[in-house]
Design a protein around this ligand. Sequence first.
Ligand SMILES: [Zn+2]
Length: 142
Amino acid sequence: MKPLYHLIVSLILFMVFFLITGNPWSAVVLVSGFLIDLDHLLDFWLFLGFKRWYKISGEYYKEIGKALLVAHSLEIIFILALFYFLTREIALAMFIIGYCVHILMDMVHNYRRGVSQLNFWFIYRALQGFDLKKIAPFFYEN
Ligand SMILES: [Zn+2]
């Protein structure tokens, strides 16, 4: 999904939470809902090197043939939720909400492309060898 859509939805979430609660920590929703996609840059940097790491493009994924997408992992949400229940930090709650909304948007987007929802588990992607032909075959369809 395009980062602009994540930014718009995260911005709306931030405004709603801020208007309801008046809590400045609501801004964390904006940060987590948008910045998760930085893991795409990590993939490009790892597999393409420093020269082209900053250019987000699906074509690069096709060239790489692999996608780690570390931050797009449901395991992280469960770990963060565990920390939240231990700490009850409102900022962490906002981070988790933004994170969940981002992942949910990506899941809906990928579902429409025929991609298995299992791909949002890091362990599943690892078992597939992070092979893009297995986890996101639409990249190789015409
Ligand atoms: Zn994403």
